[in-house]
Design a protein around this ligand. Structure first.
Ligand code: AVI
Length: 320
């Protein structure tokens, strides 16, 4: 059985979560952190997004892994402690196990319930790999158990999740990962979405089946639970577009009519018709721009692999 370490949950205390959420909702431009998109249903909806024809990042990244598997495995080397940040259903890491042959797999995710189920199933398939599961909001702080071997730590951050940080936050996050690599032979394998045509990006975040819309609107159910709020998803519409000036896709929820939302402790906010809550940004990079960021964060020997259209990039970087 995978070792499940719920005690490692270092997410902020419920009061603090409520204060942060209320502050975001009361800001002039209302906003929420994208991490709240991932309750259990949100994680399942995101897994469905990854299957959509319009959502190219998952399949493009998977094709890059397949095409360059041997070179990636050579960059990482066998016997690593493979630390999967935002592991979700663990399928991306599991695909690489036969070529990477890690000695230990550490699946880290904010949604501990979701990841624990996946790790337990995976352990049956790969009994030779020691598996650990950590429930942790690693976007805020990356504190790994002291017992975890320092040597040959290889962090895995696929799917261009780095894009959900603003560029300065992304740099700080990469620095935190770099700091967690005190031992020798450590590195980072990361997937990054690249700048491309607006029409392709718009479709990827506003698909024809409405799965991304459901993913975005489900945030309101999660907020209702976290804040004891009275959001009604039917009053809101999904809105997503590429902002070419900021090199990012933005996701918003837009009020269909004038309304007031209330939450516990007497909090409330009036939204005019058409007013929005900014729920996620997904930043896109150039190849060189991202390599520069890795180097600024203290990494070196960056290797990159891409698809023929240069839509997506996988990088491996070593701890300098
Ligand atoms: C998890 N993350 C990289 C996804 C993205 O593309 O920014 C989340 C997502 N949001 C809407 N579709 C997918």
């Amino acid at each position: 059985m995978a070792q499940l370490s719920q005690a490692m949950q270092n997410s902020v205390a419920p009061d603090e979560i409520q204060q942060q959420l209320a502050a975001g909702l009361l800001a002039a431009h209302a906003h929420t952190s994208p991490k709240y998109l991932y309750d259990v249903l949100g994680s399942r909806l995101f897994a469905a997004i990854c299957e959509l024809p319009e959502y190219y990042p998952t399949r493009t990244e998977a094709a890059i892994f397949t095409q360059h598997e041997q070179q990636i495995a050579a960059a990482i080397g066998p016997g690593s402690v493979f630390i999967d940040l935002g592991a979700g259903n663990c399928s991306k890491a599991a695909r690489l196990f036969p070529s990477l042959q890690p000695r230990q797999y550490v699946a880290v995710d904010i949604s501990v319930q979701f990841v624990a189920e996946a790790v337990n199933a995976l352990q049956q398939q790969f009994p030779q790999i020691r598996m650990t599961c950590l429930g942790m909001d690693f976007s805020a702080e990356l504190e790994l158990p002291a017992a975890l071997d320092m040597h040959h730590r290889q962090f895995f951050y696929p799917g261009s999740s780095i894009g959900n940080f603003a560029p300065l936050e992304a740099l700080m996050f990469l620095r935190r990962i770099r700091k967690a690599m005190a031992g020798s032979q450590s590195g980072l394998l990361i997937g990054v979405d690249l700048i491309k045509d607006k029409a392709i990006l718009d479709a990827a975040y506003d698909d024809s089946l409405g799965v991304t819309a459901a993913f975005n609107l489900n945030l309101l159910h999660h907020l209702n639970r976290l804040l004891d709020a009275d959001f009604r998803p039917a009053d809101w519409r999904h809105c997503a577009f590429y902002n070419s000036g900021q090199y990012r896709v933005e996701m918003h929820l837009e009020a269909k009519r004038e309304l007031t939302v209330h939450w516990q402790g007497g909090g409330e906010r009036r939204f005019a018709r058409g007013e929005r809550i900014h729920t996620e940004s997904s930043h896109k990079y150039t190849r060189q721009g991202f390599i520069d960021m890795l180097q600024l964060a203290g990494f070196s020997a960056v290797q990159t692999w891409s698809d023929p259209d240069n839509w997506f990039m996988v990088c491996h970087a070593q701890a300098a």
